[in-house]
Design a protein around this ligand. Sequence first.
Ligand code: ADP
Length: 488
Amino acid sequence: MTTTTSGSTSERWLNYVNGQWIEADSGKTISVVNPSTLAEIATVPDSGEAETKAAIEAAHTAFQSWSTLSAYERSDMLMRWYHLLMRHQEDLARTMTAEQGKPLSEARGEIAYAASFISWYAEEAKRLYGDIIPATSSAKRMFVLRQPVGVVAAITPWNFPAAMITRKVGPALAAGCTCIVKPAEQTPLTALYMAKLAEEAGIPAGVLNIVTGEASVIGDTLFADSRVAKVTFTGSTEVGKHIMRASADTMKKISLELGGHAPVIVLDDADAELAAEQTLLSKFRNAGQTCVCANRIYVQKGIRPAFEKLLADKIRALKVGDGMDPDSAIGPVIDEDGLNKIQRHVSDAVERGAAVITGGSRREVPKHAGYFFEPTLLTGVDSSMLIMKEETFGPVAPIVEFTDPDDAVRQANDSPYGLASYVFTSNINHAIRLAERLQYGIVGVNDGLPSSAQAPFGGMKESGLGREGGKYGIEEYVEIKYISLGLY
Ligand code: ADP
């Protein structure tokens, strides 16, 4: 899997194509940097068209045999992979923290979450039922089969380097598809490590391929090739739109998990402690770099002072530091652009009249050159501010006060995004009525962490197309085939 360059602590990792660990033909590499220290920890191949085409060829060939295995055989291999992922949880988590920055405890949690998609879909492989439809004529029989779509290209982001892959590859492999994964440039090591374990689990050559390198070249090669039947993507709305356009000529099936701008609504009748705790979990996990994290916190007038104080106290208790330090709750953000965007959102809000309750600036961490930002609480925020329109992707919680719940719902829905939303209330009537009116694919009611392998995850509006997770997720990887049989 890797060769260590002599005299350096940086390791050289390789692509995984057709069961082989390969360099880019050009010999070029890209650097993988620890966002906490800014030290290079590894290089990966800077692959291009040749390696991508080799992966497509391999996946296309492997599809012929993988898709004709029984669901039970595929399920057994996926379960073996699941057990290996869990056996290597600690090492995988350390690899993830080194390349992504999140606290080690969160990385361990992500590995368990990622692995749960493999075990869940290993089970679901056995339940991909078809139908028999009553025919109008007694001389006909009508059957419906669910068949794998074919070769799947999966393009994944850096914020969840393991789970965003297994959420796609789990159902795809279970259904009988083969995959080419292009992980984010920043976090390819977790992906390659997981592929090594897939190889150990006995998943045959060509069924899972990982190609690292320049996104647009690899992407364009995948999108133009008619042997790729499906593209599944998690990332920005801008790139998602590009993928949709680029996939049109070969009419690929597409699933898109794009940006979000999650509203939280805290009603006067909420349990303030629970609301503050769950909002904290939603907002500050992964230093606020998740597409479902709380971005706009609408708090009703009566509960605002209590909620604000509870949340501020909890935020002040979050320690900022290197993810490997067991005390750290907030690691670095991924890069300088990310840090600058967070600072821009805070400065813009303050210029337009918001007040900083705690945090508000970059944090220097001794002996760490990386990009740390103080966990921040802003109050007096309004809809004119950038932070209320764009994803911040950082540890900043903006509070907006409201009086009328109908107005809060209107403001919450006034967004091009529709991924996740949250409601805190102790009144069941308010809970159901608000949840039904929120134009979001996910609503957490008194729950800041609703994601789970068996539940549908996905967005409305410009947050994307399709759902991942649960019985819904596997539907994205199957074609419906109708067979009409005339009897004689
Ligand atoms: P983020 O802003 O979170 O980095 P992106 O949408 O830029 O989100 O990236 C998500 C994934 O999409 C990454 O794997 C990235 O390399 C990939 N990507 C970015 N641009 C393209 C492109 N033009 N074609 C294919 N993949 C792309």
